[in-house]
Design a protein around this ligand. Structure first.
Ligand SMILES: Cc1cc2nc3c(=O)[nH]c(=O)nc-3n(C[C@H](O)[C@H](O)[C@H](O)COP(=O)(O)O)c2cc1C
Length: 163
């Protein structure tokens, strides 16, 4: 471990650079640094330049991957992507179409164990994206045959949507 790596006074960005290659992993809660990351993540959303939002959504432990949850936490910003009104929260990303490509090792679609779909649909609607289409590829870990069939069906659905 290099003696240079670490120290309370350096910025999170400097820590990242200095610790690169050492045996320390930098996990930072530096607010300024995180805010800059938020701005980058929010760029295309807050400027409302995207007409279509496409989300690749693997199922991890019956829910969304933790990285996607973190992303959702970053982009749900009061006054930017939604706002509070006397009638309750109102999404500000209106007029967009959403596509969610949901992949799973097993089969969950349409069952009570598929909380993932409703969570993602609710989150998109919360931001104002309420026209969302889900394409599923399930059973990917069941057998090579099931995997091929599921991927063929998903690809056909995507081709139809793109036509
Ligand atoms: C950490 C982890 C957790 C997973 N949990 C589930 C699960 O709860 N249910 C399920 O059907 N598949 C689960 N899977 C399988 C993934 O959903 C499947 O591999 C993924 O949708 C296919 O995308 P990939 O090609 O990126 O792996 C899990 C995979 C990983 C890596």
């Amino acid at each position: 471990m290099g003696g240079k790596c670490g120290g309370a006074s350096v910025s999170a960005a400097a820590l990242d650079t200095e610790c690169n290659g050492s045996d320390i992993t930098v996990i930072t809660a530096n607010v300024e640094y995180i805010n800059r990351q938020h701005e980058a993540l929010l760029g295309w959303l807050s400027k409302q330049t995207a007409d279509v939002v496409v989300l690749g959504l693997p199922m991890y432990n019956f829910g969304v991957p933790s990285s996607l949850k973190a992303y959702f936490d970053h982009v749900a910003r009061a006054g930017v992507t939604f706002r509070y009104t006397a009638q309750g929260p109102q999404g500000l990303l209106t007029g967009k179409k959403g596509y969610v490509l949901a992949t799973r090792g097993g089969f969950y679609r349409g069952t009570s164990r598929d909380s993932q779909s409703s969570y993602v649909r609710d989150f998109f609607a919360f931001l104002g994206i309420d026209d969302v289409e889900f394409i599923y590829a399930e059973g990917l870990a069941v057998s090579p045959d099931k995997r091929d069939t599921a991927l063929d069906a998903a690809n056909s659905s995507i081709a139809q949507l793109a036509a």
